[in-house]
Design a protein around this ligand. Structure first.
Ligand SMILES: *[C@@H]1O[C@H](CO)[C@@H](O)[C@H](O)[C@H]1NC(C)=O
Ligand SMILES: *[C@@H]1O[C@H](CO)[C@@H](O)[C@H](O)[C@H]1NC(C)=O
Ligand SMILES: *[C@@H]1O[C@H](CO)[C@@H](O)[C@H](O)[C@H]1NC(C)=O
Ligand SMILES: *[C@@H]1O[C@H](CO)[C@@H](O)[C@H](O)[C@H]1NC(C)=O
Ligand SMILES: *[C@@H]1O[C@H](CO)[C@@H](O)[C@H](O)[C@H]1NC(C)=O
Length: 837
């Protein structure tokens, strides 16, 4: 190498970090400030140790954890793993264990066991747990996923004495960007569904979830639990009574939408028990996050106020929002009130809210989320005005916490791009001092905004994967976008990317997507997905089985390569029954008349036919035959993997997906037959559709992770008296079915928004619903008369209303052998293919 090129290299390495630093100086200042709020090293080390204790209790003594300063990694966050030797004399505990247990083991193993341990150093507790996770993944072939997606695979981790060494000089992994954000703002503040996943959680579940976050390296999680309790205190200080708040908050399963001002009172009122419980839970959640060195993101005031505020402050600028998806504008739930950010009262309330949080939780963060303009474009597009609105929102935060940083989701720039043109975007993004706002590029996995907005006009942003809408259960994803998107964004010219994130509306699904995305927080380079998937399959099931690898290769090209740009929201016909009239050939529900429906918060794509004469279409982005082939391989892999819970989850999920797509086809065939007035074909197809629902229910019933009973029991478990039990169960049942209000003849516009493939729901809800509908159609064919649309709807609605009020029990334990069931269903529906080459 010439001396010139060496000089260039030196210059490159000395200048590069410097330029990046200076460009994002306010971010550096923020990071330093946040670091100063972190728990002490010993607290973080113990918290990380406790994660290890819960994950791998047999290996607590194999690891030694230490917090180190960022100087170790040139000022960045990182973890380091190295082999270490410890002398026996220094550790009497280990000595004891050794003598007691290993008296009869070969001396080399003894010495290994006694002396060898791994030192994991990290700049925070989260870095340490990430290092631990990295080690057990890439040296021990282990795998960690949510309990509800099959849980962990640690059988492959060798015993303490035989853990594989890392290379002599150790392993050092640095975060390319400081933050790894988690949870959806749309979700909790606004829409849905981690809330959907989290709503009934107790501390035990939360503890597991925070462990999962820590192992995945998440250091910037939203912490939105319990905020109603804070709001109650704030509003009471503004002379609003407890009773006035009864119709302001939503019920437990609808909190998110009430927070966002979409609705009020629906599913409520919240009892004082609930408010107190949730506040307590939030305190536990925050303490644990802090112990691990995470920076929680707290909510702030977006302007959503109870109706009573108008009476108490008659001159305040309060407007009433328009209808949001009610059937007939019932003011009991419809049309909430919004306080204008330019009103001085906005700043007073906003400040009070932040101060009360600080009083309750302590000085735990500087980062606050607010999405005032999410569903609610400003009245004029004058950039000056927008800028004043933004400044007012920020002022309310900064008066409560002088170092406040506004975390805003960039969803509006996508969903309302007609309003948010460059001048309006710039006005909002630049309405606060530089570095006081961080934007989430919420949907960057599909529609990155950083590219078209010159890096958010210089505003720091987080590259987020949205991935899941509605908490629906569907195998879906774009692995290529995840493996390369964050890297492209970070190395692009003038990049202002400061983090990666996961902003899904529901968790506990598609573990492969979340594992890959989590890794991107530590990856400098693009991931070669095909190779990665091989090791993934191996780690996930604890064994290399070539059929499983081959199946994953197919899934990578098909299910996990959705490049059609459509946000996936499961509209498969079993779970989202099309409400349409095949004889008139048009969609009849209001929802489906709109080409693109605005449901939750922003336009979500419900696919509806382009022309009214077309059949309803579900989302399909791959060759179903290829995925049937993948299923066959998967079933074959069962000979080796039947004992693995991660395998069984994937098997059930894949079989479910295949049957659901088949049912879509069968449904369409039925509709074609109906239009041809071919009663016989119609009957055959509809019988097959109903049979598919029954069979899918049996399949799902064989796995603990797909049971309606679990959801309902977790809701009831939080109740402290019979009326709460009743309310919580109704909330839980309503959210996953009709969702919102109906009248006698008009079903909810949001029916099936949060649909679920759960055993119990299929057999008891989706099945009778489809059967009723087909019954009306068949009758109309037989009697040669019009399909009785209104009659069918009335029946569906009253059936649904009764079901929601029901209290019958559903199993919480699986029954049946998933592999045998899957195999027999495969033979039943696809047997003919298995004989073809
Ligand atoms: C120790 O190992 C020997 C030979 O492997 C075996 O016969 C003996 O029973 C073992 N003793 C104990 C206490 O396990
Ligand atoms: C609440 O009402 C009391 C008594 O009427 C009054 O003194 C106080 O100023 C009011 N508080 C606010 C925030 O308006
Ligand atoms: C239900 O609401 C619809 C409007 O969405 C209205 O046309 C219909 O008359 C209402 N039906 C009843 C029974 O109130
Ligand atoms: C990067 O920033 C420089 C300096 O502001 C500017 O001249 C250049 O056009 C920017 N590049 C891109 C791709 O925006
Ligand atoms: C995914 O689809 C895109 C566009 O259809 C294609 O270019 C790409 O090669 C596909 N990726 C895989 C892994 O099949």
């Amino acid at each position: 190498m010439s001396s010139l090129s060496i000089l260039c290299l030196i210059l490159f390495f000395t200048l590069l970090p410097h330029t990046i630093l200076s460009k994002l100086e306010p971010v550096e200042a923020l990071l330093n400030r946040l670091d100063s709020k972190l728990s002490s090293s010993s607290v973080q080390e113990s918290a990380a140790k406790a994660v290890l204790q819960r994950l791998l209790p047999t290996h607590v003594h194999s690891f030694d954890f230490k917090i180190v300063s960022k100087d170790v990694c040139g000022g960045q966050s990182c973890f380091l793993i190295d082999n270490n030797r410890r002398s026996i004399q220094n550790d009497p505990k280990i000595m004891y264990i050794l003598v007691g247990l290993c008296a009869n083991v070969s001396s080399s193993i003894i010495s290994h066991l006694l002396h060898l341990y791994f030192r994991i150093r990290g700049t925070t507790g989260v870095e340490i747990t990430s290092g631990l996770h990295w080690y057990i993944k890439y040296w021990c072939g282990a795998h960690v996923s949510w309990d509800k997606t099959g849980g962990i695979q640690i059988a492959s981790v060798p015993s303490p004495g035989s853990l594989p060494l890392v290379k002599d000089k150790g392993v050092r992994i640095q975060r390319p960007v400081p933050w790894n954000y988690y949870q959806n703002v749309v979700t909790s503040s606004c829409s849905t569904l981690p809330l959907d996943s989290y709503v009934w959680w107790d501390w035990e579940k939360w503890e597991k979830e925070i462990d999962w976050m820590a192992l995945q390296g998440i250091n910037l999680p939203l912490a939105f639990t319990g905020q109603e309790s804070i709001w109650q205190k704030v509003f009471m200080n503004f002379n609003i009574s407890k009773e006035d708040l009864n119709d302001f908050f939503g019920g437990p399963a609808f909190l998110a939408w009430a927070r966002m001002g979409n609705l009020h009172g629906w599913g409520g009122p919240l009892s004082q028990n609930w408010l107190n419980q949730q506040l307590l839970l939030q305190k536990q959640i925050l303490s644990r996050m802090l112990e691990l060195g995470m920076t929680p993101v707290l909510p702030s005031f977006s302007g959503n106020v109870p109706a009573a505020l108008k009476k108490i402050f008659p001159s305040a600028k309060i407007t009433r929002l328009g209808d949001w998806n009610t059937v007939d504008g019932n003011p009991k739930w419809c049309c909430t009130y919004l306080l204008d950010p330019t009103d001085p009262l906005f700043i007073e309330i906003g400040e009070a809210f932040i101060r009360l949080q600080v009083a309750e939780y302590g000085d735990v963060t500087d980062i606050y989320n607010c999405d005032t303009f999410n569903e609610n474009s400003p009245p004029t597009n004058d950039p000056k005005f927008i800028s004043s609105l933004g400044a007012a929102v920020y002022k309310a935060m900064a008066k409560g916490d002088k170092d406040a940083v506004w975390l805003m989701q960039g969803w509006l720039f996508y969903s309302d791009s007609v309003f948010w043109k460059p001048p309006q975007m710039k006005a909002l993004l630049h309405s606060v001092p530089v570095g006081k706002m961080i934007v989430l590029d919420l949907f960057a996995d599909v529609k990155p905004i950083w590219k078209t907005s010159s890096q958010f006009y210089g505003t720091p942003y987080v590259w987020c994967m949205l991935h899941n809408f509605g908490g629906n259960i569907e195998m879906y994803g774009i692995l290529d976008a995840i493996s390369s998107g964050p890297v492209d964004a970070r190395v692009s010219e003038n990049s202002t990317m400061v983090g990666v994130g996961m902003c899904m509306e529901g968790i506990e699904q598609n573990p492969v997507v979340y594992e890959l995305m989590s890794e991107m927080a530590f990856r400098n380079k693009k991931v070669q997905v095909l190779e990665w998937l091989k090791t993934y399959a191996h780690r996930r099931y604890g064994k290399a089985v070539h059929q499983a690898e081959a199946a994953w290769e197919i899934l990578y090209r098909t299910v996990y390569n959705c490049t059609d740009g459509i946000a996936d929201h499961n509209i498969d016909f079993i779970v989202k029954f099309p409400d349409w009239n095949p004889s008139s050939g048009s969609h009849i529900s209001k929802q489906n008349q709109m080409p693109v429906t605005l449901t939750l918060p922003g336009p979500r794509r419900y696919l509806s036919p382009k022309k009214s004469s077309q059949l309803p279409q579900a989302h399909l982005w791959y060759s179903t035959q290829e995925v049937v082939n993948a299923l066959q391989l998967f079933i074959d892999a069962g000979n080796d993997l039947a004992g693995s819970s991660t395998y069984r989850y994937d098997l059930v999920d894949l079989t479910r997906q295949v049957l659901s797509k088949l049912a879509n086809k069968v449904y369409s065939d039925a509709m074609v037959a109906y239009r041809k007035k071919d009663g016989k074909a119609f009957s055959l197809c509809t019988q097959k559709f109903l049979q598919l629902i029954k069979d899918t229910d049996v399949l799902l019933a064989s796995n603990d992770n797909f049971l309606l009973g679990t959801w309902l029991e977790s809701a009831k478990k939080l109740a402290l008296n019979p009326s709460e039990t009743k309310q919580y169960e109704w909330n839980a049942r309503t959210q996953v079915t009709m969702w919102y209000d109906t009248n006698k003849t008009m079903q909810s516009q949001l029916h099936d928004y949060a649909n679920k493939f759960w055993s119990g729901l299929l057999e008891d809800y989706y099945l009778p619903r489809a059967a009723t509908y087909f019954g009306y159609l068949l009758k109309s064919l037989r009697d040669n008369e019009e399909f009785k649309l209104e009659e069918w709807r009335k029946e569906w609605i009253s059936f649904s209303t009764n079901w929601q009020a029901g209290t019958n029990l559903y199993p919480v334990k699986a029954k049946g052998d998933s592999l045998a069931i899957s195999r027999s269903l495969y033979d039943k529906y696809f047997g003919q293919y298995s004989n073809e080459p």
